[in-house]
Design a binder for this molecule. Structure first.
Ligand SMILES: [Cu+2]
Length: 88
């Protein structure tokens, strides 16, 4: 199953920030999709099936991009939101 990780990021204020972060996470092997909500300063990551993403990986990637992690929330093995659990 895929994991869903919601990361609140401080300092992400415009679409340029969002694109940079999206690109950085897109290059991570275990990441399937990256969605950014600028209003909520939220980065939603979904891992590939049976892949995991450690908090430390997320934090260092965000820091290397020049931002700060405020909060990391996880939905383990929930699959994709809004889809049946057996869809991957
Ligand atoms: Cu910006």
């Amino acid at each position: 199953m895929a994991d869903e990780v919601k990361v609140t990021v401080d300092g992400m204020v415009c679409s340029f920030c969002a694109q940079g972060i999206k690109r950085a996470f897109s290059e991570v092997l275990s990441v399937d999709t990256v969605d950014i909500n600028l209003d909520q300063k939220l980065v939603t990551l979904v891992t590939k099936k049976d892949h995991q993403l450690k908090d430390e990986e997320i934090t260092s990637l965000i820091k290397d991009s020049g931002y700060e992690v405020v909060k990391i929330e996880r939905n383990f093995a929930r699959g994709y939101p809004n889809l049946p659990a057996n869809v991957n």
